[in-house]
Ligand binder design. Structure first.
Ligand SMILES: [Zn+2]
Length: 199
């Protein structure tokens, strides 16, 4: 496979986002399709119903089977979606920069747990890695200590006071108003370009 030379316009930066999988450096998100959300809702309902069924009863067994089928359906839909998404990204870009996230650590943060476990960010990363490699393209993994969110993309000031709740912030040094996720994705993209030695 002949390696594809990356250019700064064709490197994509992805910042992990809890509700929407990711935000990229153009400010686009990757929300799961509606049918996936619908199956998820069905699954939650079926699980609730199961919890009310009498132990050892025939109906409980039936409901248990229904829940396990829905589980499988959700998993398949997610996998399918992530395959299509990673294919689209691979075809459209020459390299993808992504943060090396500690998913287990993130899943332990209570309110992030559900989305983190559900949305398969790790799976997307795996799919991207081999699909890009198949086309002679690269996945650039950025160190997890890289201050992607805290750094102002205009003046490089590091805002140590930034908290998880700050979705939009104003840089105390240059006064730029920054959308947290988009700013982070642009920093990730720039760091990726630096690592790929694109001037
Ligand atoms: Zn600034």
């Amino acid at each position: 496979m002949k390696p594809v030379e990356p250019t700064s316009e064709t490197v994509l930066g992805l910042d992990y986002s809890s509700p929407s999988l990711f935000v990229d450096n153009h400010g686009n998100t990757a929300n799961h399709p509606k049918f996936y959300r619908q199956t998820e809702t069905q699954l939650a309902k079926a699980q609730r119903k199961l919890s009310h069924r009498k132990k050892g009863g025939k109906n409980r067994e039936k409901q248990r089977l229904k829940v396990s089928k829905l589980h499988e359906k959700v998993a398949n839909q997610r996998k399918d979606f992530l395959h299509k998404l990673s294919r689209q990204i691979t075809n459209a870009y020459t390299a993808v920069a992504i943060e090396d996230l500690n998913m287990r650590g993130m899943a332990q943060g209570l309110y992030l747990a559900k989305s983190t476990n559900d949305n398969g960010y790790g799976m997307l990363k795996t799919f991207l890695a081999y699909k890009l490699a198949e086309q002679g393209k690269q996945l650039v993994v950025i160190d997890k200590w890289f201050p992607s969110s805290k750094r102002c993309r205009f003046c490089q000031h590091e805002n140590k006071k930034l908290t998880l709740g700050d979705r939009v912030w104003v840089c105390p040094r240059c006064g730029a108003e920054l959308d947290r996720d988009e700013n982070a994705a642009i920093n990730i993209k720039n760091e990726g370009c630096r690592m790929l030695v694109i001037i």
